[in-house]
Design a protein around this ligand. Sequence first.
Ligand SMILES: *Cc1c(COP(=O)(O)O)cnc(C)c1O
Length: 453
Amino acid sequence: MKYKSTRGDVNGLGFSDALLMGLASDNGLLIPEEIPDVSNALAEYRTLDFIGLAQALMPLFIDDIDRATLDRLVSESYATFAHDEVIGWRQLDNIAVMELFHGPTLAFKDIALQLLGKLFQHVLSERGERLNILGATSGDTGSAAIAGVRGQDNVDIFILFPEGRISPLQELQMTTVPDANVHCIGVQGSFDDCQRLMKTVFSDAAYKAKYSLGAVNSVNWARILAQIVYYAYASLRYPDGARFSVPTGNFGNVFAAYIAQHMGFPIRQLLVATNDNDILARFFATGTYARGDVHQTLSPAMDIQVASNFERFLYYHFDEDSARLRRFMEEFAQHGEASVGSPPAPSLLNAMAIGRHETLAAMDSVQAKYGYTLDPHTAVGYAAAQKGGLEDAVVVATAHPAKFPDAVSEATGEQPTHPTLEALVNQPTRKDDLAADLDAVKAYVALRATTQG
Ligand SMILES: *Cc1c(COP(=O)(O)O)cnc(C)c1O
């Protein structure tokens, strides 16, 4: 399988090159040159467990790593999960909750980032190269990315986070990691400052090349690829077609479901569930993609206005017309708003925004009725499935409730805990503080980055 950019100026990349490139060099997003059709293999896939299905699907997209190595990387990635089947499943009357939070940092991002870490390690050691990963986090991405690469000798990871603005537990999940290749940076500023600093560092091509900078945010194709597996796996339980409700921020998670549907897995409906940051819900209602103000909500991993993965969906929506996509993205960058004309037909994708009150009510009623605790992100998905009347919905559970104890206790009066998090509390921590200043960040990375030779 070869990879190309949504913007049309990058083509014919092998998987490993796509993995290391992250964002395409023409500023587009990398996608496979074609989407494999698995319609004839569904009966066979139905006999596989989660890891077996992952091992069956990866070679459709990765042909520059041999099969035995790939099988090993997949099984090693999921050996770190606390659940026998990797993902958990809980039926609450006609709604199923697909638990994706049994990995080392208790959020769904582990499913992709554990594999991404193994893939990096393998490809870099084959090539005798090193990588310095630079990322910005508002909470979950940083710890999951760190957990994916900690202790590896061909990667250093630098994570920028807004000092004092992520939850204390999320900060501990990063700063208690003792490995020397992990560098946590508390920035005196907002998450937007962190993200802007990261993007500006990446836009300096000479600096990026000199320090072999790489990215782990959800623009990396390998993250989407890993996420396809659980949609495929779950959909096979629903021969007439599964309906998923997906708590959405950057559109990365739900985009994986969209690809799984295109591959031929039985998926009937995808509900894009957003919090008050409802740019996507407005788009699916009106056809206009218009930036709004960022609202702070109970589900901070979804407090995003501009969804970085949405470009991949638009590319297919525009029938793979890169020129049209480019015009749309330029218009949006200039005016903060762009339109596709009439809204997309709601046959597969719909969207729904869920407010603070509805989120709390969903957590409260599920706790009361089933004795089951939803985290505030999953609660958005649950509330959307109910409000949208989605029959037999599969709600994608993206985090363990103990990661967000304040929101849960506000809703239910109970304080959820998890042994992994409790164990962090008295651990020694390590971090450095920096001003929200480009030169300071560049100097910090330059001093600590390990370069080739
Ligand atoms: C990252 C995250 C999301 C949003 O996922 P996207 O791929 O950005 O749509 C939702 N819930 C939790 C808990 C997350 O960490």
